[in-house]
Design a protein around this ligand. Structure first.
Ligand code: HQG
Length: 184
């Protein structure tokens, strides 16, 4: 990794932290869909010596170059697509999911998931993956040999469970009861 890409990765993590978990630490005013003014985020970052030269162009470069689509910018505002843990629940529009979604998790969580279904835990929504490969890399964050769960999202949707679009790889749900979950 070049020094330049390393710096952009660090900046991306800091932006995710601000937008998902701690907007108040950056004095950001966030609307109900998670948008904040780019200008506000920039002036908060500029107070930190290491981000004093950061510009809107850097945000655009992160969004363009990142393999995972984590943030979007439009009309002078920026937001995170998913991952929030702040008390104010980010409003998402319900959307019909693909028939099957996946969730990569740790072996040690399986018993509890079987009992209680998938719960958002520290975040506002449960995060589901569009494909097995994405679920695998999400699961690797928790376990070197993650377990890939298959979610019967089509049936859950028909039964009234709400799903929300995150990005092309990530879907969200308030929770997923265990009857829709099997090991893949
Ligand atoms: C587990 C990253 C016990 C769940 C990723 C997961 C994703 C339960 C963990 C996004 C449970 C929460 C989110 C239950 C769920 N009992 N454990 N009933 N229900 N769990 O990190 O989905 O790189 O909050 O299986 O790629 O791993 O940051 O969620 O293992 O898209 O952009 O509780 O964050 O994206 O862990 O990851 P997390 P996640 P970024």
């Amino acid at each position: 990794m070049t020094a330049e890409t390393d710096k952009l990765t660090k900046l991306s993590k800091e932006i995710s932290y601000a937008l998902r978990h701690a907007p108040w630490e950056y004095e950001l005013e966030m609307d109900e869909e998670g948008w904040v003014l780019v200008e506000q985020l920039l002036s908060a970052l500029h107070k930190d010596e290491k981000w004093k030269d950061v510009s809107e162009k850097d945000f655009a470069r992160i969004i363009e170059s990142s393999e995972k689509k984590r943030h979007e910018m439009s009309d002078g505002k920026i937001r995170a697509f998913y991952g929030h843990s702040i008390p104010m629940k980010i409003a998402k529009e319900a959307k019909m999911p693909p028939d099957i979604l996946y969730h990569g998790t740790a072996r040690r969580f399986l018993k509890s998931i079987q009992e209680s279904g998938l719960l958002p835990q520290g975040r506002q929504y449960v995060h589901l993956s569009q494909d097995v490969q994405t679920a695998q890399s999400v699961g690797m964050r928790h376990d070197s040999k993650p377990c890939i769960l298959k979610i019967d999202a089509g049936q859950a949707w028909r039964d009234g469970i709400k799903f929300y679009y995150g990005n092309e790889k990530v879907w969200l749900a308030d929770m997923v009861p265990s009857k829709y979950i099997s090991k893949s």
